[in-house]
Design a protein around this ligand. Structure first.
Ligand code: PXL
Length: 278
């Protein structure tokens, strides 16, 4: 069985970061090793959340895994809790990046033009520098602008604006940059990417469901990582992730008992497996 590593927090309630990455990637038939960066009572949308930092565990976990000789098909990072964690994750990349190990980064730190509680512009710039070590980066529009120090153009930014941002993003150093949550002129919603090696843009959109929720970026990045680790090409993996995320949002939108802090990703795992041909 293939093995990936994912480095992000555990929000005990919130259906984001590790509590979605672990079930989604495992369900896709990939062993999912986790490096928890912090334990929070909820994600940071709630007021009064607790935050227990696990930075001090990260080095010892890395050293032990190194001694054991574990290797990984991919390293997927999400929400990181501090600038020091960014440095440690950079060491993880140096230690575990084998010839065939792909580094996938979702620089989860902002939405709707605003950083999540606890982050500042220095953190965003530093995350941008770490993105230079990745093979594929998956920021949303807000994260893109904050990493680049560019003005936030809004969620409905036009295709030309997004393409200009992608060119600048590629300057961070990752060969493939994908901006998630882009809206197209035909009203569809999805991702727009740029492959700087091939000098090619690509995009894919699904139906736009009028429901916005936390955690959808994490669901997208997790499904992408699972599909990619299964050996599917980048673009196919991104399309599967977009179709699955759309289904999760739609399921939630139609659920009279929905929660307002996350989407029903659990109920669409059978659909995800069908998309994978499993
Ligand atoms: O979904 C991204 C995310 C991950 N982890 C924590 C968060 C958020 C979004 O708010 O607060 C702790």
């Amino acid at each position: 069985m293939k093995r990936i590593m994912t480095i992000q927090d555990i929000s005990c309630i919130g259906k984001c970061s590790l509590t979605v990455a672990l079930p989604i990637i495992s369900a896709m038939g990939i062993e999912t090793a986790i490096v928890p960066t912090a334990v929070l009572s909820t994600h940071t949308m709630f007021s009064g959340f607790t935050f227990h930092d696990l930075t001090d565990e990260m080095e010892p976990i890395k050293s032990h895994w190194e001694r054991e000789g574990f290797d990984f098909e991919a390293i997927y990072t999400g929400y990181l809790g501090s600038e020091r964690q960014i440095d440690i994750v950079s060491d993880y990349f140096d230690t575990f990046k084998g010839e065939n190990t792909k580094i996938i980064m979702d620089p989860a730190m902002a939405d709707n033009g605003k950083l999540y509680v606890g982050f500042d512009e220095f953190f965003a710039k530093k995350m941008g520098r770490l993105c230079g070590k990745a093979d594929i980066i998956l920021p949303n529009i807000s994260e893109t602008c904050l990493m680049l120090g560019e003005k936030y153009p809004g969620e409905d930014a036009d295709e030309k604006t997004i393409e200009d941002l992608l060119i600048k993003l590629s300057g961070l150093g990752a060969p493939i940059s994908v901006i998630t949550g882009t809206t197209f002129s035909d009203g569809r919603f999805g991702f727009t990417g740029y492959d700087s090696v091939e000098n090619k843009f690509f995009r894919y959109g699904t139906e736009k469901v009028p429901h916005k929720s936390h955690g959808t970026g994490d669901i997208f990045a997790s499904a992408f990582t699972g599909a990619y680790a299964n050996g599917l090409p980048t673009i196919d993996s991104l399309m599967i992730a977009a179709d699955y995320t759309c289904a999760c949002i739609k399921n939630t939108y139609n659920d009279p008992e929905k929660v307002d802090y996350a989407v029903n990703f659990e109920l669409e795992i059978p659909y995800l497996l069908k998309l994978m041909g499993k």
